[in-house]
Design a binder for this molecule. Structure first.
Ligand SMILES: Cc1ncc(COP(=O)(O)O)c(C=O)c1O
Length: 437
């Protein structure tokens, strides 16, 4: 099949998906794709079409599909010990906890393992409430935290929030969304008005004393919104003034994704009391981590339990992923190749008026599409068109943003400039197809 030929054969996998899964389990593309195989930077669908995967199942395949070292470690562990529950210690769990102590910033020391980002965030929120004896949490508009009742109430996105009662205690601060500044100001003349506004938020909508401020260093689902320099320093200062802990939700931004650092928050001069992460740590194996200071962790009373938390297979996968990132210097590669990607995306912006903003860090780069650069009216339908064309070119990308108008890319941490060139070529074809229609 030629690389641009449209798929015609209906997929049995898709048919069953549509018949037997909740309709809410939405898939990308007018004709959804059923994946059957992955290797390195590529995936194959059930009709043997090969795609360059530039989204990694939402920034989760971090070092490549079926990375031989990660796969081998997983297989060996499955053959040795597959499950313990948290009622018994196991070596991979103890080793990963020690490793996280070594690579997380500052005094973060104690880990709690779960299966997903949702659980990691839930655990962090509970820990902050228990440690401070308070219940109010400041979160950001445009944030995403998962799908438990707590996480759904924390997030700042109407489209993801079902019509269910909310968990009380969350207040939503203005996002540091410079492209659509909530105060219609420009950085740095704005004087970080969005961060300053947190103080009024706390003083007007809470008891004045909060349990925590929880934020993603880059708002991922929100459309790769990168807070400006100084934002977290100011926001965390206000948080501490009102008795709160700082939780960095690193579900998308950890493991070198943002370049050079293990964690996205390390690009700002602040110290989290709790870090959560998931996704890229397992390279596709389910995992969630909540790492806290001793002080916070010690105030989390027993009994608590997670059947699959600390599962030796997930722990082994995570240790192998971290080793690959270290051995192959992938944090630096994210800076290098991410820098090149950024430059190529900026070139596309020069060429196509539909691109209103290019933003991100490292290998977490996105494009916000607009109908008009002056009005900045969101253009989700343009994203949809670019999506279909890039898919025809056998390149997979992601989308996001409150208005569904942001193209998100999350190339693997070991990507090369050639992968970037292939992605750019597909995007270029996608944008040029707009005028052809
Ligand atoms: C920043 C952030 N936090 C939490 C979550 C929830 O993670 P999960 O889907 O693994 O429950 C996500 C998922 O996309 C996320 O992006």
């Amino acid at each position: 099949m030629s690389t641009v030929e449209a798929k015609t054969t209906p997929s049995e996998i898709i048919r069953k998906h549509k018949e037997f899964l909740f309709p809410a389990v939405a898939m990308y593309y007018q004709e959804p794709i059923a994946l059957v195989r992955g290797e390195g930077h590529h995936v194959w669908d059930d009709q043997d079409n090969k795609y360059l995967d530039c989204f990694g199942g939402v920034l989760t395949v971090s070092v490549g599909h079926a990375h031989p070292k990660v796969t081998e470690a997983i297989i060996n562990q499955v053959k040795t010990l597959q499950h313990t529950s948290t009622l018994y210690a196991n070596k991979p769990q103890s080793d990963l906890a020690e490793k996280l102590y070594q690579i997380t910033p500052g005094p973060l020391k104690k880990s709690f393992f779960t299966n997903s980002g949702t659980e990691a965030d839930d655990t962090a929120i509970h820990a902050a409430k228990l440690a401070t004896g308070r219940h109010e949490i400041v979160v950001l508009r445009h944030s995403y935290s998962g799908r438990s009742a707590t996480a759904l109430s924390a997030m700042g996105h109407a489209p993801w929030r079902p019509l269910l009662p909310q968990v009380a205690g969350f207040v939503h601060a203005r996002a540091p969304y410079c492209y659509r500044c909530p105060f219609k100001l420009t950085y740095p003349e704005c004087g970080l008005a969005c961060a300053d506004d947190m103080e009024e938020l706390i003083m007007t909508t809470t008891t004045g004393e909060i349990a925590a401020f929880m934020a993603e260093p880059i708002l991922g689902v929100g459309g790769f919104i990168v807070p400006p320099p100084g934002y977290f320093e100011r926001a965390v200062e206000i948080t501490r003034k009102h008795g709160g802990l700082f939780i960095a939700d690193e579900v998308q931004t950890a493991w070198g994704r943002t370049g050079d650092k293990w964690f996205g928050i390390e690009h700002w001069d602040v110290q989290p009391d709790i870090i959560t992460s998931a996704k890229g740590l397992g390279n596709g194996v389910p995992i969630g981590i909540t790492v806290a200071t001793e002080d916070v962790a010690n105030k989390y009373p027993g009994l608590t339990f997670s059947t699959f938390g600390g599962n030796p297979v997930s722990m082994t996968a995570a240790l192998a992923v971290i080793k690959v990132i270290e051995d192959e210097n992938l944090r630096h590669n994210a800076t290098e190749v991410g820098g090149y990607l950024r430059q190529r995306l900026e070139e596309l912006k020069e060429k196509y008026a539909a691109i209103g903003d290019v933003r991100g860090m490292g290998l977490m780069q996105g494009l916000e599409l607009v109908k008009d650069r002056e009005t900045k009216e969101p253009a989700p339908e343009t994203v949809a068109k670019v999506f279909e064309e890039t898919r025809r070119r056998r390149v997979l990308i992601g989308k996001g943003g409150l208005y569904g108008n942001v193209i998100r890319t999350g190339l693997m941490l070991n990507s090369t400039r050639d992968h970037v060139d292939e992605l750019i070529q597909a995007l270029d074809a996608g944008f040029s197809s707009l005028s052809a229609n």
